[in-house]
Design a protein around this ligand. Sequence first.
Ligand code: NAD
Length: 368
Amino acid sequence: MKEYKICLLPGDGIGPEIIAEGVKVLDAVGAKYDTAFEYTEASIGGCAIDAYGTALPDSTLEAAKASDAVLLAAVGGPKWDTTDPSKPRPEQGLLGIRKGLELYTNLRPVQIFSALAGASTLKPEVIAGVDLMMVRELTGGVYFGRRERFYDEEGAGVNGARGQRAYDTMEYREYEIERIARQAFEAARKRRGKVTSVDKANVLESSRLWREIVHAIHDADYPDVELEDILVDNCAMQLITRPADFDVMVTENMFGDILSDEAAQITGSLGMLASASLGDGTALYEPSHGSAPDIAGRGIANPLAQILSVEMMLRYSFAMQEGADDIRRAVTEVLDAGWRTGDIADADTPADKTVGTARMGSLVVERL
Ligand code: NAD
């Protein structure tokens, strides 16, 4: 029997509710394929701030490093919202664990489940056949660059003589671009063989370096993959006018943050999209959505994005392709049979087919 250690990070809001369904599914796949998953649970985000005064306690990072994979739900909530730079914030937990595990690649598949095609705000003919993989650089760029806020005589504000000034720096090193480019080309080889590299090379120096390195890696090692460049503003438009034309899209951290939420919306439900964050060691899997504080504690959150993040874990960390395929098939069958959580239900969904978090998880498990 194979054994894997999984570090569970439920976090805040709906996190504990949806991660329980992820565990149910993992256990069911484990039982089917003679694999034991052993769990340790640790704190991250707002609940960690309450208990330890920091969004990422050292013990959490250690538990994550000692595991074969990390399953995260979501962090954050109004209780911890602050603009005071001296106060801890839940997202510091996310940024910290990405940095601590050196998770420099974020993979977000965007696929349409045909049963949910009507949930998209785009026309059916526009979304038909959408199947793209967003590859986002995760540990560099403006989210990690030098930043400062200070008083500046030149910047006098509306409130008085002394104005404030702030800057953030978008910085990339050659090796950071090279390794994410390789991940994108490798992913494209397993898919339809096309990479779209997104930048702002007409304005930003870091983007000109990005484009140069992506092309150098392509020409040297991946000439068989088709490569196109696109400016980020144009990309934001093309994503909603011709989303089915994209295969793998690779971009830096902040552009990827924004574009991946836009791409997620193509499907019509954030509650359906999973993501994987990979480096060279322990990887982390999580839903693309946040902690949904507006519906927390009511047992109505959609657990499918969390369950599909378990599918990615099986695929990328444990090479359990059959188990991963089983999960995708089970989720597709549940949706085809008409079962919906509130966020993906529509006017045609009968009341007896609208289910809560735990029931949705059980419906998937029954089909495994
Ligand atoms: P959100 O994704 O939490 O919620 C947006 C909307 O989608 C809400 O109406 C919510 O009810 C709904 N929703 C999200 N996931 C759902 C699910 N599984 N089932 C049913 N409905 C779902 O985004 P937000 O409201 O902008 O942020 C809420 C908190 O989450 C904030 O504190 C934010 O910082 C945090 N956040 C965390 C992450 C993360 O942990 N990776 C990502 C984004 C936002």
